[in-house]
Structures are given as C-alpha cells and as structure tokens.
Ligand binder design. Structure first.
Ligand SMILES: [Zn+2]
Length: 116
C-alpha cells in the first residue's frame, strides 16, 4: 500500500510496528563485505604458477564509512556469520528509520490538510 492511501489510524499503527521492530534489532555494524584474493612473495608458490595460478583467499574484507571516516578491516572466517548478521541488522535499522520518518511526514501532511 502506498503511504498516501493510508488513513491516520493506519499510519499510526504502522509507526507502532516500526518501533517494535526497531527494539528487536540486535548488534549492528555499517558497511559491506567483499572477497579478496592475494598473491604472496614466496618463490614457487601455487599463487604464481604460470599455467594455473591459484591465488590465496578468499579473505573477507569489511569496508565502511562512519561519521566521515572510512575504514577497512579483514574479518576472520569464524566471525563472518556474526558480521553478516550485524550488517543485515544495520541495513534493516536504516530501512525502518527511513520508513518511520516517511510515515511521520505523511502524518504531518494529513493533519495539515485536515486542519485547513
Ligand atoms: Zn602464494
């Protein structure tokens, strides 16, 4: 349903749902993961094989920007699932926050039209 088709009661109900969902979010972290493959300096290593080079990796790199500061770090394999969950929680947090603001602006508009 488009927000603009909702009644005041529906908007308020949806805001209550959004608040509930926000309180259930667990630990969060901004950013995204990418996979990196490296070549090492060891002579004769498989990563430099002329016919069939097999690079080392994947290494999981987390990149994020927060308050104007950029950062990257590697995430160990055993902590990958936990970090993916935190990234998903952060994404959901942003979506819900934006929806809350959308709904609040819509409510404001409806109330303004009513009091005209
Ligand atoms: Zn190597």
């Amino acid at each position: 349903m488009m927000i603009s088709d909702m009644t005041t009661a529906q908007i308020e109900h949806r805001i209550a749902q959004v608040k509930q969902q926000l309180t259930r979010l667990g630990a969060m972290h901004p950013g995204s993961l990418s996979e990196q493959y490296n070549v090492c300096g060891k002579p004769g290593c498989r990563c430099k094989d002329l016919k069939n080079p097999q690079k080392h990796g994947p290494y999981h790199q987390l990149s994020f920007t927060w308050r104007g500061q950029g950062g990257t770090r590697f995430v160990r394999a055993e902590r990958l699932a936990e970090m993916r969950q935190k990234l998903a929680n952060y994404k959901r947090f942003r979506e819900l926050s934006e929806e809350w603001v959308d709904l609040t602006l819509e409510l404001e508009q409806v109330e303004r039209e009513r009091s005209r």
